[in-house]
Design a protein around this ligand. Structure first.
Ligand code: C5P
Length: 346
């Protein structure tokens, strides 16, 4: 039996500009992703029975297993579980190539730290880690560019989770250009809240993240934007960030302040007005700046450094009061998908 473990980071969007949707319903995007030290871990094992088995363990902010969320994810049909779809895509390749004899069944164990339906690309990170792990398991020898091409057929955020760091995404947000590489880090926040980070290098970012118990469906947020006729009621032509903006987004926290922007904020707040209070509370708690991550509901608040991040998380939680939110602290930019362990046994 062979076994490979890989991990991939969740992300926040530092910049998310949305253009008028095309005939396929997808919106052209200009977005800048930052991968953060909150990682999904996927272990893939060869098994005798053909097909793909998935077991998912979803974790709460404090690291404990959320049984109800885990059961819900395991009840998804395989075509809706991005990790299963990623394994299927590589299994097809493996069975078509000279590796056919090795392309037997596979079992996936998905350990989730990124909030489900949180706007942080948790499902895409599952797919990215699975692609990398299955590539290794079956010895396919695909390079990052080839995995990205397969990844974008699974979901628009999969390439970002493969590449990591701070990256510009265009097209559907799936054509990547790395702006700043990620830093290796454990990516495994210590249990409890707020989570520990190990960030200190110049230009590292420390984020407090307010996680919501209730997810937001990405298509619903895009639909809401369409119903309003675009961001601010109109569709503007999209432009890639110029050098100055790119420099700010990849620079230290002081440069990032005031540069964060997300066109999905208005529609997400119409669906979830409470998120407006979460954003306000972040600023009142002393955040350098705050932004909705992707389609939400996760809100990311930027701290000056790690110590400030811990204080910010506490102050923010106090302001949020009994609301069903939790706050953790993570660092970025994090490394993209990577192999964690490999083993073979008779
Ligand atoms: O690609 P992915 O499956 O992650 O996208 C989820 C949904 O988000 C899509 O079904 C679509 O409704 C919306 N979306 C979009 N334009 C994009 C990316 C996502 O409309 N560029």
């Amino acid at each position: 039996m062979r076994e490979v473990t890989a991990s991939a980071p969740g992300k926040i969007n530092l910049l998310l500009r949305v253009g008028r949707p095309g005939a396929d319903g997808y919106h052209p995007l200009v977005t800048v992703f930052e991968s953060v030290d909150l990682r999904e871990t996927v272990t893939v094992r060869t098994v005798r029975s053909p097909g793909i088995q998935v077991r998912t363990r979803a974790r709460s902010a404090d690291g404990s297993v959320d049984e109800a969320a885990s059961r819900q994810l395991d009840a998804l049909p395989p075509e809706r579980h991005l990790a299963a779809r990623a394994a299927r895509a590589l299994q097809r390749l493996a069975s078509a190539g000279p590796w056919a004899s090795t392309a037997a069944g596979v079992r996936l164990d998905v350990d989730k730290r990124v909030p489900v339906a949180g706007g942080m690309a948790g499902g895409s990170a599952d797919a990215a880690a699975t692609l990398l792990a299955c590539n290794e398991l079956w010895g396919l020898g695909l390079d990052l560019g080839q995995l990205e091409r397969i990844g974008r057929t699974l979901g628009a955020d999969v390439p970002a989770c493969l590449v990591g760091g701070i990256a510009l995404g265009t097209g559907r947000g799936d054509r990547m250009r790395l702006l700043r590489p990620g830093r290796p880090g454990s990516g495994d926040p210590v249990s409890g809240r707020p989570c520990a980070t190990s960030r200190g290098a110049e230009g590292d970012h420390v984020w407090a993240l307010a996680l919501s118990d209730m997810g937001l469906a990405t298509p619903a947020v895009f639909d809401e934007l369409d119903a309003a006729g675009g961001p601010g009621g109109g569709w503007a032509a999209l432009a890639e960030p110029d050098e100055r903006l790119t420099g700010r987004l990849t620079g230290p926290a002081s440069a990032l302040a005031g540069a964060l922007a997300n066109d999905l904020t208005e529609p997400a707040l119409r669906l979830r007005p409470d998120l407006g209070e979460t954003l306000d509370a972040a600023r009142r708690a002393g955040a350098v700046d705050a932004v909705l991550s992707g389609s939400g509901p996760t809100v990311a608040a930027l701290a000056r450094d790690e110590e400030h991040g811990r204080g910010l998380a506490r102050a923010w939680l106090d302001l949020l009061g009994p609301r069903e939110a939790d706050v953790i602290v993570v660092g970025g930019p994090a490394e993209g998908a990577r192999i964690e362990a490999e083993s073979s046994s008779a």
